[in-house]
Design a protein around this ligand. Structure first.
Ligand code: CMC
Length: 361
C-alpha cells in the first residue's frame, strides 16, 4: 500500500502532465511557458473542454459571460447564515444550489460560479452591494470589476488571466481526484465541482496562500525571516508555499506567477519592494528547509507567489482559495467529463486492520 497514494497512477488523462523531476507542466499539449501570460482563461478552458462537449463554440467568451449573468440570480440566496462563513464556504454553498447535469450549459454555469459568488461574498462581507456581471467583458476583467468595482487596468486583467491559466489544471491533485471519484459515480458536474471545492479548501492544497500573507506580515522585515522560520519549524509548523507531493524541484508555476507579479508591481509602481521582500523570505526559507530536512527536496510551490499576485490584485487573503477555484474549476469539469467518457466507477479497496468480531457467547 502506498501512503497517501504517492506514486500511484490512478487515471490516464489527456488534460495535463506534471513532471516532478524536471519541473515541467504541460496542459493539453501546451507547455505552461507557452500558455501563461499569452492566453486568456477562456482559451485554456476551451482547450481543456475540447472533445468532451459536442456543442463547444470556438470562443467561450460570450457563452461564459452569459453564464455569469445567469448564475448571478443565485446571489440572492446569500443569507445572514452564509455571511458569517469563510468566503470559500459561502461560495461553495451557493455553487451547491446549481442543478446537477453533464451538458455544456451546466459546465459554463459551474465555470462562472466561483467567480460570481466569490465577488458577491467578498463585497457583502465588506458591507457593499454585489455588482452584476458584465457579459461583454472577458472573465478575468469581469472578476476584477465584480470584486472591486471600477474598471481594471489591462495589466491587472492580464495578471489575473496568467494566474487563472497557470492553476487551471495540474494532473491528479487532491481536488481533481475528488472530482473524478464523484464523477465516476455519474453524480453530475455540480457534485464533482462541489467536491473539488471542498478538497481544495484545505491548507495542504489550495488553502495555503492566505497563510503565506500572514507569514510575510508577521516576519515584517527580511532580517526577521530566519528567526521566524526557525521558530515555526521548531514548533512543528509547515511553511506554507513550500514543498510538493510531485515536484522535487521548483514548481514551474511559481516562476510564472513571480514574473506576473513583478510585472504588475513594477508597471504600476505599487510597492515593487514587496516582491523583493518576499524573495528574501523565500531565500531564507529554502536555506532553512534544506538544513531542517536534508533528505527531502522542499522547494517553492505555486502558493507562495499566488499570495503575492492576488495581494497585488487587491483580493482579500480570506478569498485567495476561492480565486484558485475560479481557475481550477475548468480542470475539474474537464476531468469529470473525461472520467465519465472513458472511466469506470472508482472504487478501491481497503485493508481491515481493526479487531476481529467477538464470538457470540
Ligand atoms: N514545511 C516544513 N516541512 C515540510 C513542508 C513544509 N512546507 N512540506 C513537507 N515538509 C516535511 C514534512 O513535515 C515531512 O517531514 P517528516 O518526514 O519528518 O514528517 C516531510 O517533509 C515530507 O512531507 P510529506 O507530508 O510526506 O509530503 P507530502 O508530499 O505529503 O506533502 C505538501 C506535500 C504540499 C502537503 C507539503 O509539502 C506541505 O504541507 N506544504 C505546505 C502547505 C502548502 O504549501 N500547500 C500547497 C501545496 S501546492 C498547491 C497544490 O498543488 O495543491
Amino acid at each position: 500500500m502506498s501512503d497517501g497514494l504517492e506514486n500511484v497512477v490512478a487515471a490516464e488523462t489527456v488534460m495535463s502532465e506534471v513532471d516532478g523531476q524536471r519541473g515541467v507542466l504541460i496542459i493539453r499539449g501546451r507547455s505552461l511557458d507557452d500558455l501563461a501570460g499569452r492566453t486568456r482563461f477562456e482559451e485554456v478552458a476551451r482547450l481543456l473542454f475540447d472533445g468532451f462537449f459536442n456543442d463547444l463554440p470556438d470562443d467561450l467568451t460570450a457563452a461564459l459571460g452569459a453564464a455569469r449573468a445567469e448564475v448571478f440570480g443565485e446571489v440572492a440566496a446569500l443569507d445572514t447564515g452564509l455571511m458569517d462563513r469563510s468566503p470559500i464556504e459561502a461560495m461553495r454553498a451557493l455553487t451547491a444550489r446549481l442543478a446537477d447535469g453533464d451538458d455544456l450549459a451546466t459546465a459554463l454555469r459551474l465555470t462562472a460560479a466561483p467567480a460570481v459568488f466569490t465577488a458577491a461574498v467578498v463585497r457583502a462581507q465588506a458591507g457593499e452591494a454585489p455588482i452584476a456581471p458584465d457579459p461583454g467583458l472577458t472573465h478575468a476583467a469581469d472578476i476584477l470589476r465584480m470584486t472591486r468595482g471600477g474598471t481594471p487596468t489591462k495589466a491587472e486583467t492580464e495578471a489575473l488571466d496568467t494566474y487563472l491559466v497557470t492553476v487551471s489544471d495540474h494532473g491528479l491533485n487532491a481536488s481533481t481526484f475528488a472530482a473524478r471519484v464523484i464523477a465516476s459515480t455519474r453524480a453530475g458536474l455540480t457534485s464533482a465541482v462541489v467536491g473539488g471545492i471542498s478538497a481544495l479548501k484545505g491548507p495542504l492544497h489550495g488553502g495555503a496562500p492566505g497563510p503565506v500573507i500572514d507569514m510575510l506580515n508577521e516576519i515584517g522585515r527580511p532580517e526577521n525571516a530566519r528567526q521566524w522560520i526557525e521558530q515555526a519549524l521548531a514548533r512543528g509548523d509547515r511553511l506554507m508555499g513550500f514543498g510538493h507531493r510531485v515536484y522535487r524541484v521548483r514548481d514551474p508555476r511559481a516562476d510564472a506567477l513571480k514574473a506576473a507579479v513583478r510585472k504588475l508591481r513594477e508597471g504600476s509602481n505599487s510597492q515593487p519592494a514587496r516582491v523583493e521582500f518576499a524573495e528574501a523570505v523565500e531565500a531564507a526559507a529554502l536555506a532553512i528547509l534544506k538544513e531542517h530536512k536534508p533528505d527531502r527536496a522542499l522547494d517553492t510551490n505555486v502558493e507562495f507567489y499566488t499570495a503575492l499576485l492576488l495581494e497585488a490584485l487587491a483580493f482579500p487573503p480570506s478569498a485567495f482559495t476561492c480565486v484558485f477555484a475560479m481557475g481550477r474549476v475548468a480542470g475539474w469539469i474537464a476531468h469529470a467529463r473525461e472520467q465519465v467518457a472513458g472511466g469506470r466507477l472508482i472504487r478501491p479497496q481497503s485493508r481491515y486492520v481493526g479487531p476481529a468480531p467477538l464470538k457470540a457467547a
